[in-house]
Every structure is written in structure tokens, then in C-alpha cells.
Design a protein around this ligand. Structure first.
Ligand code: FAD
Length: 447
């Protein structure tokens, strides 16, 4: 354990990975200095204020299988039972202009166990002839059964498993986009299958869909900062790090952290919990760094836009999570669950694949298509579009072999972030798992 006066371990980036790493190190007795470029913590999962209402930079949904994320929240005293609205696994997909306001497709199994899933799928395929229906059922069962050895695009995997085009369109395309933020024709089947197996092979708790019932900041970033402060950590929000330097001749403080705001800060250790693009900009390009740098630069990114619509009266009669088929956006989530009763959120995954629109044109387009699907909503009085250009990594086939290692050529400098966690897409769970791993790697060398 370090003395009270030794230089701190710097954690760079206060996203969920950096916050998890900082908490783990502080709980192990290390002096921590958390540095974040933005004025708020949370990174790609943070609260923001729109028209005076606290919302999030993007609508997030978890599943019960996000065990480390939920455990981290509980360790901070967050009640995850009231912090989330839990739904049993199931989907209701709505298409525009359905006169009877019934879902165009729904899969609502009595439980996420295989027989109940098969029965629900059998019912959902009622329009398909019996032979194709049975082939699709057997194919879907095989998809969950054994882990794939070789990776391939999700679309090829679905076709090889006899999934009919109508089922791909109504179920697999939206599910894959929701999980991977990458369309089926480009997404890694191994990663998709891993997530399906985590959620669907471990009972009803793991398969639950968890919709935040509070703004994201209250679920993790704010309580995490509170505990870090209570443990004496230094927190620097609004400070952008411009360069990193190694001083191999200084055994006590082998790193210097440069920013415009102050003289270089000495550090005993460094957890670099930024996005891959930011890490690539900060790290050297020479000799031993080349493989890390190339791996970081090779991580493609995909965007997500979230449209928020505010209605003059709280929109009633809308379920907590509605799928949208053939519309500008895939999921509709009323924000009354998170204390904003006048607001609806619409998630537009892989937004780079859609026609480019200005922020205003985008929310107006979404509002029009929602009104065609849910006429009871009427016209919103205001709207906003929040786009995150680099929301997630591009979860393409072979991604797991291309991820960099968290170890770097500088001993004591460790990478963290959602993009490092094998077999998972960019998610809060991947970020938290990586934050834990980076802290444990540091602690192995600096107990
Ligand atoms: C719109 C949207 C919707 C999403 N939906 C879901 C979902 O439903 N479920 C789910 O599980 N996941 C979802 N995700 C993904 C999830 O938010 C991310 O996987 C996760 O937040 C990544 O955390 P991280 O700590 O790895 O990285 P980040 O959150 O990106 O944190 C990196 C931090 O480093 C800081 N930084 C970068 N450079 C510097 C510098 N030079 N100096 C100082 N600080 C720096 C950044 O400001 C940032 O705060 C969504 C993401 C978005 C954007």
C-alpha cells in the first residue's frame, strides 16, 4: 500500500470504465486522481439537461445479465430494484399506420426458457408455412445451443439457421441493432450469440430488460464521485489531458500527465480509460507502441442518435419499451419511468446508416412517423436530437481478435474501456468489466 504522500495513480476518463477503475483502486487504499475532459462524469452514459429537465445523452437499456454493472451500483448504495423498471424478456414491434394499434410482430414468451421461447416463436411465425416454421424453430434453438467457433456476419448465420426473411426483419434485425449497434449484415455473430446466451441461458433474472427509472447520473457516476471524494481522491472535471510522458528514471513517479491547465502532474500509475480514438491520440507511435496504436486506430465506430420529444400533456397508454418497425428509429421509451412524464425518447441505432438530417429535421421526422403509429400521441411541443458520433465500436466479425491488450509497453500504464472486453459489444457491462480488470492488473503489480 502506498504512503499518503506518494504521487497518485491517475485515472484518465470518468466514463463508467474509469469510474469503476478509480473506485477499485481507491477502495484498495491507493491515492487516486481522476481526470476528465468533460464538465460532468459518465462519458457516453451521462445525464444532461434539456429545457430544464434531466435526461440522458442517450437512452440506455440493460439486461439482468449485466452482473458487474449492477453489482457496482449496489456497492455504492444504489437500489437497483427501484433504480430500474424491470420487464420480462419480450418484444412488441409496431409498424406505422396499423389501424388496430396492435403490434405488427410480438414475441412474448412466458419465460425465457427454451420451451417457452420455442412456443412463443412458433406463435409469432403463424403466417409461415409449417415446414419453414419448424426449420426456423430448430435453427433458433441451435443458435443458442453451442458457442460458434468461427465468426461470420449475423445475417449469414441467420440464413444458415433457416430464419425466414420476415423473422429477420421483425425480430433479428432490431435485436441485433439494439445489442450491437451494428446491422446484421456487418455484425459479429459470435458476439451477438454470446450476448443472447448470457441473457437467455441463465433464467428469468438474467433475461429481464432493465430500463433506468432515474437519470443515468444518479445510477452510477454521481454516487461514484461521492465515494471517491469521501475516500480522498482528487477529481478534476473539465481538464483535457493533451499528452502523456514516461520518465523511466523516476521510480516513484514514472509518468507525467500534461494538460493546458497546469504544470505536468506526476503519477505512480496510469489507467487510460478513454475512447480508443482518444487513447490513440495520446499514446506514442514509436517502436513497441506500434501494435497497440494500430489496434486502437483500427477500432471502427458507430453512432447513435436519441430523439427526445416533449408533449404538452403526459402521453398515456404507451408501454415502457416499444419496438418501431420501418421507421426513423427502432425503440420508443416513455421517460415518465425516469421522472420526466412529458418526454418520450426514440433511439436511432447505427444512425450513420440513415440519411443525414439536421437535428431539427430528425426530431420532426421521428415525431411524424410516431404520430402515424401512435395517433393518440398528437404533436410534440418541442424536440431535441442528441447524436453521439462514436457511441460504440463497430462490432464486426473478427473484432475479438483485433482488440488491443490492456497491457501497454509502459509498465504501470494500463488501458481500460468498453472496447477492450472480449465477447461483448460496447456496453456499460463491457466498460465496467474492463474498469475492474485494469484496476486488478495494476494491483497485481502494486499491491
Ligand atoms: C447514445 C448511446 C446509447 C447507448 N445505449 C446503451 C445501452 O442501451 N446499453 C448499454 O449497456 N450501453 C449503451 N451504450 C454504450 C455505453 O454507453 C458505453 O459502452 C459506455 O458508456 C462506455 O464507457 P467507457 O468508460 O468505456 O467510455 P466513455 O464513456 O467514452 O469514457 C471515456 C471518457 O474519457 C474522457 N476523455 C477522453 N479523452 C480525454 C482526455 N484527453 N482528457 C481527459 N478525459 C478524456 C471522455 O470525455 C469520456 O468521459 C450507449 C452509448 C451511447 C452513446
Amino acid at each position: 500500500m502506498p504512503s499518503g504522500h506518494s504521487p497518485p495513480v491517475v485515472v484518465l476518463g470518468a466514463g463508467w470504465a474509469g469510474l469503476t477503475a478509480a473506485l477499485t483502486l481507491a477502495r484498495a487504499g491507493h491515492r487516486v486522481h481522476l481526470i476528465e475532459a468533460a464538465k460532468t462524469a459518465g462519458g457516453r452514459a451521462r445525464s444532461l439537461s434539456l429545457d430544464g429537465t434531466e435526461l440522458d445523452n442517450g437512452q440506455h437499456v440493460l439486461v439482468g445479465a449485466c452482473r458487474e454493472t449492477l453489482a457496482q451500483m449496489r456497492a455504492l448504495g444504489v437500489d437497483t430494484d427501484t433504480g430500474f423498471h424491470a420487464l420480462p424478456f419480450g418484444l412488441r414491434m409496431f409498424a406505422p399506420g396499423q389501424a388496430d394499434e396492435q403490434p405488427a410482430f410480438h414475441l412474448e414468451p412466458r419465460s425465457p426458457r427454451l420451451p417457452a421461447l420455442a412456443a412463443a416463436l412458433y406463435r409469432a411465425l403463424s403466417q409461415t408455412d409449417l415446414r419453414d416454421r419448424l426449420r426456423a424453430l430448430l435453427g433458433a434453438a441451435a443458435m443458442l445451443h453451442r458457442p460458434l467457433r468461427d465468426d461470420l456476419p449475423v445475417q449469414d448465420w441467420l440464413l444458415a439457421r433457416h430464419q425466414p426473411p420476415a423473422l429477420i426483419h421483425a425480430l433479428w434485425d432490431p435485436l441485433c441493432l439494439a445489442v450491437m449497434n451494428t446491422p446484421t449484415r456487418h455484425a459479429s455473430a459470435r458476439i451477438f450469440q454470446h450476448v443472447l446466451r448470457l441473457a437467455l441461458n441463465h433464467g428469468p433474472q438474467a433475461a429481464r430488460l432493465l430500463i433506468p427509472a432515474r437519470p443515468l447520473g444518479a445510477l452510477f457516476p454521481e454516487p461514484a464521485l461521492q465515494e471517491l471524494r469521501a475516500r480522498g481522491a482528487r477529481i478534476d472535471l473539465g481538464r483535457r489531458v493533451t499528452a502523456l510522458e514516461q520518465r523511466p528514471d523516476d521510480p516513484v513517479a514514472p509518468f507525467r500527465i500534461h494538460s493546458r491547465a497546469s504544470d505536468p502532474l506526476p503519477a505512480r500509475g496510469l489507467i487510460l480509460a478513454t475512447t480508443p480514438a482518444a487513447a490513440a491520440r495520446l499514446l506514442p507511435a514509436s517502436g513497441p507502441w506500434l501494435p497497440t496504436k494500430q489496434a486502437l486506430q483500427a477500432m471502427g465506430a458507430r453512432s447513435i442518435c436519441t430523439v427526445y420529444l416533449r408533449y404538452p400533456t403526459p402521453p398515456g397508454e404507451i408501454g415502457p419499451l416499444q419496438g418501431l418497425l420501418d421507421q426513423h428509429g427502432q425503440w420508443l421509451i416513455p421517460r415518465h419511468l425516469a421522472d420526466a412524464p412529458h418526454w418520450l425518447a426514440v433511439v436511432i441505432s447505427a444512425a450513420d446508416d440513415q440519411q443525414p438530417l439536421t437535428a431539427q429535421a430528425r426530431w420532426r421526422t421521428v415525431a411524424r412517423s410516431l404520430a402515424a403509429t401512435f395517433p393518440q400521441l398528437g404533436t410534440p411541443e418541442a424536440g431535441h436530437t442528441v447524436c453521439e458520433r462514436r457511441a460504440t465500436v463497430d462490432a464486426r466479425p473478427g473484432l475479438d481478435c483485433q482488440r488491443p491488450s490492456p497491457h501497454t509497453p509502459w509498465r504501470g500504464c494500463i488501458l481500460a474501456g468498453d472496447y477492450l472486453t472480449r465477447a461483448l459489444p460496447s456496453t456499460l457491462e463491457a466498460a465496467v468489466q474492463s474498469g475492474l480488470e485494469s484496476a486488478h492488473l495494476f494491483l497485481e503489480d502494486h499491491p
